[in-house]
Design a protein around this ligand. Sequence first.
Ligand code: BJW
Ligand code: ZN
Length: 237
Amino acid sequence: MVRDWLKSASSVAVLTGAGISAESGLPTFRGPGGLWRQYRAEDLARPETFARDPKLVWEWYNWRRSVMARAQPNAAHRALAGIEQRSAQFTLITQNVDGLHDAAGSRNVLKVHGDIWTIRCSVCGKERVDRSDPLPELPPRCACGGVERPGVVWFGESLPKDVWAQSEKAARAAELFFVIGTSAVVYPAAGLVGLAKASGAKVVEINIAETPVSAIVDASLRGPASEILPELVQHDV
Ligand code: BJW
Ligand code: ZN
């Protein structure tokens, strides 16, 4: 059924979350992997925490950068890059900051929560790409003297305007919308599922567990994304 939808859809949009990178060895945010030292990921990903203790937050990001730098895309990332190649209209929206979709060959990736390899000055706003691992000094500093921060979106912060506008547009235009490996509790990203559905898309969830959007999707495929996605693609000939 989902294979037929994929074959016939003229526009496909996908929303991914941390679960798609779990099998590349990256911890997810919620659940057992979501603790670093004694801190919850959700408490660290906040501007207030960074303002209070930038070194602590950077230690977390430095550790994650180091894990991400060694991670390889898995079969799920690669399958999505393959679907993009054979789709007339395809948009990949990711909440992930790890860059694994790019590494798998996806072309047009909308990173709604930013990119961990980008560093931004919290004073002058200047951005730079830095993949060094580990960073030599924590917190890193800008030439202007300001403390730099990861180029990601924390709770209470706005999503990048253009990227978000394109994401909403893709969700509205999609005939088929996949929601993959996300707990679908963080807004506004999770709202794209309802938006796609309300705009007429067939919505397919791929997740090892039930989520709040499971109740509104047209099909739930329960299992690891790295097994389910390649199966969908293999038979899509
Ligand atoms: C597998 C698997 C396998 C495992 N295969 N599956 C409306 C209602 C309520 C609240 C709000 C609302 N609108 C806004 C809010 C506030 C807030 C919010 O959503 N809060 C809720 C949590 C209560 N949102 C915001 O603040 C956002 N900004 C905003 O709204 O701006 C406007 C505004 C500004 C000012 C004032 C008010 C409004 C910003 C949200 C930023 C989120 N940032 C983070 C950190 C990014 C940087 C970093 O990586 O460090 O984004 S938090 C974290 O959560 C990260 C993730 O992208 C995001 C989502 O997590 P995700 O990807 O879903 O991971 P998990 O771990 O939750 O789930 C993994 C899933 O995978 C699970 O379901 C597993 O089952 C599954 N899985 N293995 C398939 N192998
Ligand atoms: Zn600066």
